[in-house]
Design a protein around this ligand. Structure first.
Ligand code: SF4
Length: 217
């Protein structure tokens, strides 16, 4: 995808959805961090269902810690890997209180030092809570980066670096939301819905199909 096509790609997605948002529910930076931590290998819908009751009684690290392991597990057991996630969440709460006065730090290193918080989670928090132009590469963005030619790479980190290089500054803060939503609802894993897609004219996959190449999805 050429730089002009990258510009057109994001201009089109922005025109359709000027203010893209995460689909996780939260009402504080702490709740955002907790929701993202719980969302690994789980859908946003399932996480929102669990956090609706959890955040109602434990909206702060202190109150979450006071629930204890069983108190947390009872709310999140419909989510995959819930035992490990409960453990990580409570340990994260303990460290937030010990090291950061109960606040979520605005630092990649400090975030990634928390249990259960990897590069992707840190990128989401830095972007959504603090407005930093980070790219949280999940399965959708990894697929889209490669399939469309926007940011080809063998690993999520490769794709993240390509995006940081190639996405024009005006689109960087919102880029990962547009890509996730496009991957979730249009450019789906098994069968991309190219017939309903707004960016067909600049997508490498669509161009290759139009020229008669047989491509893997
Ligand atoms: S044209 Fe098809 S492959 Fe390309 S971004 Fe749209 S849905 Fe995905």
């Amino acid at each position: 995808m050429s730089p002009a096509e990258v510009e057109a790609f994001f201009a089109t997605l922005r025109a359709a959805n000027p203010h893209p948002q995460t689909e996780l529910n939260f009402s504080s930076v702490f709740e955002l961090l907790a929701a993202v931590l719980l969302s690994a290998q789980a859908t946003d819908v399932s996480v929102n269902k669990a956090t609706r009751t959890l955040f109602a009684i434990a909206p702060t690290p202190q109150r979450m810690l006071a629930l204890g392991i069983e108190g947390v597990e009872v709310h999140i057991r419909t989510i995959g890997l819930y035992r490990t996630k409960a453990k990580h969440l409570l340990e994260t709460c303990r460290l937030l209180i010990e090291r950061h006065g109960g606040n979520v730090p605005r630092s990649r290193d400090a975030l990634e030092a928390l249990p259960g918080v990897g590069r992707k989670t840190a990128n989401v928090v830095l972007n959504v809570a603090f407005g930093e132009p980070t790219m949280a590469v999940d399965t959708h963005i990894f697929r889209l980066g490669n399939r469309t030619g926007l940011a080809p790479g063998k690993t999520p980190l490769d794709v993240e670096r390509q995006l940081l290089r190639r996405v024009p500054p005006a689109y960087r803060v919102d880029a990962h939301h547009w890509l996730i939503l496009h991957g979730r609802y249009v450019c789906q894993a098994r069968k991309p819905r190219c017939g309903e897609c707004r960016v067909t004219s600049v997508c490498d996959h669509a161009k290759a199909l139009a020229s008669g190449h047989n491509l893997a999805p």
